[in-house]
Design a protein. Sequence first.
Length: 91
Amino acid sequence: MSNIDIHHPHSLAPGQARKAVQEVAEKLAERFGVDYDWAGDTLNFTRSGVDGHIALEPQQLHVTAKLGFLLGALKGPIETEIRRVLDERFT
């Protein structure tokens, strides 16, 4: 099993950061069939082969994901895409 662990700085107000994370979650659900829900300031997401969280922290996001066997082989491209989306939305 492969793990992704990304800390990404941001300067958005809490409400704006939450809205941006919500929009990312909606796109993930639409494109990849990801289920998600909020628990406080943490967005939990899951689908077959992946289980993860996006935690809203003051001035940073903390993205963690556990990738199953098949998706683990794609860890590099998946992590690159996550970083690209974070750069696009949060910098």
